[in-house]
Design a binder for this molecule. Sequence first.
Ligand SMILES: Nc1nc2c(c(=O)[nH]1)N[C@H]1C(S)=C(S)[C@@H](COP(=O)(O)O)O[C@H]1N2
Ligand SMILES: [Mo]
Length: 299
Amino acid sequence: MRRFRSDDPRWSDVTPKSLFLSRRAVLSGVGAFAVAGPAFARYSVDEAPTSLEAITSYNNFYEFGFGKEDPKRHAGAMTIDPWSVKIDGLVEKPGTYDLADVTKGQTIEERIYRFRCVEAWSMIVPWMGFELSGLLNRVGVLPGAKYVAFETLARPEEMPGVRKMNLDYPYVEGLRLDEAMHPLTLMATGLYGEPMPKQNGAPIRLVVPWKYGFKSIKSIVRISLMDREPPTTWNMLQPQEYGFYANVNPQVDHPRWSQASERRIGEGLFAKRRDTLMFNGYADEVAGLYAGMDLARFY
Ligand SMILES: Nc1nc2c(c(=O)[nH]1)N[C@H]1C(S)=C(S)[C@@H](COP(=O)(O)O)O[C@H]1N2
Ligand SMILES: [Mo]
């Protein structure tokens, strides 16, 4: 984990590109020097990534069914090319952007993040992606905007869960604008150095590592800048169980289970559970966003 805050001047000479290169150096076995350097630690956690096999075969993507294996089994049918994202609401340059235009000018880097589902399991995922702030700055956020709303593709012909309407589709999520602009908030386009697997939300999804996984909406087709808090899928379904904020918090239990600990996928069913960390271990970076807020009330 990082040792300094993001605004610490000691980071000033560390560019995202050099971070990426140092990580590559580590992967290719260049050695301990690169591992020890603070550049490596800036936004990535120093924990062993969960296997590609586990990350791509134990999924939540209800558009393809409730079961953890359903997304891997059915997501192959999803057409991801061509792909476009409608960006609208309180922006200077609204429009329908094709995928190449969404990623244009953004630095894609590797970020190894903790990922904690509200169901009390977790993984370590080596995402590829760029900061959402880069895209929002490019399209120009207008002064009245306070929230960002996201929407997933809902294509019944290709999605058995959507055909059955096992949830209210399209799946929608949202962030407060300051959360969306935070440097940890990623538009992820891949993992393990490869384009995003369909079951993980190809071709582009959100990753917000300090929040429960359901905030990290997959296969995004629309981003809207709003002046008020947008409705979100799980909150609409069960408001007393799933809040808008959904920050990982070991002190605020889900009404039906404890959030104090978690099962790390890949360690086996009999491995010792791990303690869940406040803001999923990203408190140094994000606690300031919630200063003065009652996190038991705004769960
Ligand atoms: N569109 C959409 N996005 C979604 C979901 C979903 O069902 N539909 N599930 C969420 C939940 S509950 C989790 S834990 C993560 C799972 O991401 P992963 O399968 O890549 O691990 O995706 C989130 N994003
Ligand atoms: Mo989840």
